[in-house]
Design a protein around this ligand. Structure first.
Ligand code: PLP
Length: 385
């Protein structure tokens, strides 16, 4: 049975070119980049090259790139680092639809003494920019907003928000984990101070992330120890993974156009056909301001987990919420924040594509999904039979 992988917002296939780029750094060039001898020192050149490749994807200077272990670490480093460096317990502004890797850190800082505003979203998943402006006060230090939502794909207008927040004197962090490689990022044009990305969401392996820190941003070290990563994140560099991250960013730039020409049309065909074939379905989040690869569809009166199991029998991989929350049967905090009715929130499924998908994947879902939905609806306690 073919695996139809439509869960790319959870994790992505490592690109074969990325694996090829990494392997020599396990087999042959395994020296420590901080060593004085050339066996180690030569490896440093490759870390430097990866830093340049990542910087190029973000429009940043290589000196502004810090390698971390994942997107969660980048988010932790950003929020905790700037709060600690401020030497006070400032006001932080974020949103209620953030990934837990921001939300839980903001709430932790709140418990420590920071005031926290969690901005609400409307039914389309959008912020009220007037509410955002009104929440800013003299004690506000940091605005942390995701660039795009991992569950719905809805894009926040960071290009509009960041200049406004900067003008009000705030530091701006954006969790761009779901954006990198899907839509262009240019920190020369969008004045964020900190930006997080994660390797495994853009065809690099799990275990490597990046925090972009604009020159001059006051931030405390996240891991104390050696001088690596400008003494902000000590620890001998994970060279193979850093090299892989660099290669993945280079590939992401080369393939960016395909997000619009190949990925979005696949997503759109799947979504259109599901809405046509399956009654009582709805798209969650504004379909006109979304990542090209994501659709989140509610199937009313049935459980998302049951749909996933039904699709799994046909080799189809999707998700019923963010991977971190799908252990519980409660609808995700994101879908609840959109005000989706209870009977629809429980049956929400996220399909997320990548450039490795093809039309055949959509055909297979359309062949099997209507039968799965039909069978589950016949068993639904919410429908009179
Ligand atoms: N931020 C967003 C928006 C995400 O979607 C994820 C992962 O799902 C993360 C952060 C965490 O990234 P990582 O798994 O690399 O820690």
């Amino acid at each position: 049975m073919k695996t139809v992988y439509l869960d790319n917002n959870a994790t992505t296939q490592v690109a074969p070119e990325v694996i090829d780029a990494m392997l020599p750094f396990f087999r042959d060039a395994w020296g420590n980049p901080s060593s004085m001898h050339s066996f180690g020192g030569n490896v440093k050149k490759h870390v430097d090259k990866a830093r340049e490749q990542v910087a190029a994807l973000l429009g940043a200077d290589p000196s502004e790139i810090i390698f971390t272990s994942c997107g969660s670490e980048s988010n932790n480093m950003a929020l905790r680092g700037v709060v600690e460096a401020s030497g006070r317990y400032p006001h932080i502004i974020s949103s209620c639809v953030e990934h837990p890797a921001v939300l839980e850190v903001a709430r932790y800082l709140n418990k420590k003494g920071c005031r926290l505003t969690e901005l609400k979203v409307n039914g389309g998943g959008h912020l009220d920019l007037d509410e955002l402006k009104a929440s800013i006060s003299p004690s506000s230090l940091l605005l942390s907003l995701m660039w795009a939502n991992n569950e719905t794909g809805v894009i926040f207008p960071i290009d509009e928000i960041a200049p406004m927040a900067k003008e009000a004197g705030l530091l701006v962090h954006t969790d761009a984990v779901q954006v990198a490689g899907k839509i262009p990022i240019d920190v020369k044009k969008v004045p964020v101070d900190l930006l997080s990305i994660s390797g495994h969401k853009l065809h690099a392996p799990k275990g490597v992330g990046v925090l972009y820190i604009r020159k001059g941003t006051k931030i405390s070290p996240f891991i104390l120890g050696g001088h690596q990563e400008r003494s902000l994140r000590a620890g001998t560099e994970n060279v193979p993974y850093i090299v892989g991250m660099g290669k993945a960013c280079e590939l992401a730039m080369e393939h960016m156009d395909e997000e619009q020409t190949l990925v979005a049309p696949l997503r759109d065909r799947l979504e259109k056909e599901i809405l046509k074939i399956c009654p009582d379905t709805r798209v969650n989040g504004d379909p006109n301001a979304r990542l090209p690869n994501t659709t989140n569809i509610s199937f009313e009166f049935i459980e998302g987990e049951a749909i996933l199991l039904g699709m799994n029998e046909h080799g189809i991989c999707a998700s019923s919420g963010s991977a971190c929350t799908s252990g519980s049967l409660e609808p995700s905090h994101v879908i609840r924040a959109l005000g989706v009715p209870y009977t629809a929130a429980h049956g929400s499924i996220r399909f997320s594509f990548s450039r490795y998908n093809a039309g055949e994947d959509v055909d297979i879902v359309l062949k099997h999904l209507p039968g799965v939905i039909d069978r589950l609806r016949k068993l639904s306690p919410f429908i009179k039979h």
